[in-house]
Design a protein around this ligand. Structure first.
Ligand code: GDP
Length: 424
């Protein structure tokens, strides 16, 4: 079977968590390799409904080892509260099934505050941060101004390092933003209440993954957000601060030698986008409201209404190339069942010219969508489990999307539950 990455093709929220939850049973190890508590993977299964932020979605399967890799923005406070809330619903989480990389850098208590202060400073020019401290965290990581999870086993040196980092960060908090400085007492509270509590899970996950590879075990890499939010290939600066692409998985998971045999790109049957930035196919008014309601499009982390619009084949084609996807999972097809006709964006108009190519970020605000209109099926399809049992119009919609995207659609999801899936 080999290793697999499940990645987002668009702006995030494509339904990756639901696909990981579905497929995890076939893998021995599930790894989160980038991002942090800024996005949520929604999973609905026998245990209930969960919005996972840092925990890998394999946590619900017995006998699966879940790894939080070195590429993740590890926020001990968020992780401890997530472990507590998921455990409270009867899910077993212990040091056997959850492993945290000793090389993951810690998101420190001031990162969230700095994020919020910067968004407030930007006022109406803000990037739409979820204020989880992700951008300040990654900036500090690359400046070597944070600490590694493994340092929690060396408390004396850690306290010394943190105290120096706090002195440095306070210069920014007080000098740039006029905010209160962090104190040694606050830092100590954070260490005792959150950071030291993650120690039982910390280990050399690089070694664990190398051994799993050597033993012929299969690894599933779970990404956060999507291609268009990738720091290098997305709609910069309206991206996240990490690489959301499958190519980063071996590095961010701690196993650079890992080969990825299959890359499942998750695409929603229509478009959604949280936060700021150009969103070419955006709908407004009543038609946006209807789609948002039908799809329950409110952020898993923030509850913010998501921006919505029709399927964008230009952006999706680009997203597929960036991810090097080998197979597509098309989710939420059931949501479109209310529409009489369904628009699909096949091209953009840019400077009066029709184009197939996704534009450079600075040119993107000038792009206008060109739509084709497909007939709707106007039937509940949530109980369909075989492709041939879908109404003809729904099949045609999937085939039209497949040829426009240029990659095989191997899964069609028709509901949030684990088994609401058509495997082609
Ligand atoms: P992720 O971050 O990519 O995992 O995406 P989200 O957590 O935002 O998941 C998308 C939302 O759609 C969640 O509320 C899922 O439960 C839900 N969902 C996923 N697949 C389907 C589907 O095929 N149909 C419907 N109706 N809902 C789905």
């Amino acid at each position: 079977m080999g290793n697999c990455a499940i990645v987002g093709i668009n702006w995030g929220d494509e339904g990756k968590g639901r696909m990981v939850d579905l497929l995890t049973g076939q893998y021995d190890v599930v790894v989160r390799y980038q991002g942090g508590g800024n996005a949520g993977h929604t999973v609905v299964n026998g245990h209930g409904k969960f919005a996972l932020h840092l925990l890998p979605s394999g946590i619900f399967h017995e006998n699966v080892v879940n790894v939080i890799g070195n590429g993740v923005a590890l926020d001990p406070e968020n992780l401890i509260s997530e472990i507590e809330s998921v455990s409270a619903k009867g899910v077993k989480i212990d040091s056997n099934n959850l492993k945290i990389s000793d090389r993951a850098s810690l998101l420190l208590p001031w990162h969230r505050e700095q994020d919020a202060l910067e968004e407030a400073r930007l006022e109406d020019r803000k990037y739409g941060s979820t204020k989880q401290g992700i951008a300040p965290f990654y900036s500090d990581k690359y400046q070597k101004k944070t600490v590694l999870a493994g340092e929690l086993f060396y408390p004396d040196e850690l306290r010394e390092n943190l105290s120096e980092l706090m002195e440095w960060k306070n210069l920014t908090l007080t000098g740039v933003y006029g905010a209160e400085p962090f104190t040694a007492e606050q830092l100590e509270e954070w260490l005792e209440n959150y950071a030291f509590k993650i120690r039982p899970y910390i280990t050399d996950t690089g070694k664990l993954l190398r051994e799993a590879q050597a033993a012929g075990k299969n690894i599933l890499f779970e990404a956060q957000l999507g291609s268009l939010r990738d720091l290098d290939f997305g709609i910069y600066p309206f991206t996240t601060s990490s690489n959301t692409t499958a190519a980063f998985a071996p590095v961010g998971s701690g196993c650079p030698s890992a080969r990825i045999d299959e890359i499942i790109g998750v695409v929603k049957a229509y478009s959604t986008c949280v936060g700021e930035g150009p969103f070419t196919c955006e709908w407004f008014g009543e038609e946006a409201e209807m789609l948002r309601e039908a799809g329950g499009e409110y952020g898993a982390k923030t509850g913010r209404p998501r921006r919505v619009g029709p399927l964008d084949l230009v952006a999706t084609r680009y997203g597929v190339k960036v991810q090097a996807a080998t197979c597509i999972a098309l989710t939420k097809l059931d949501v479109l069942s209310y529409m009489d006709t369904i628009p699909v964006c096949t091209h953009y108009l840019l400077g009066g010219e029709k184009t197939d190519e996704f534009p450079f970020p600075a040119a993107l605000p000038g792009a206008k969508p060109v739509f084709e209109y497909l007939p709707g099926w106007k039937k509940d399809i949530s109980n369909v489990r075989r492709f041939e049992d879908l109404p003809e119009e729904a099949r045609d919609y999937v085939l039209f999307a497949e040829s426009g995207i240029g990659c095989r659609i191997g899964y069609v999801s028709v509901g949030p539950e684990r088994d609401s899936i058509i495997v082609r």
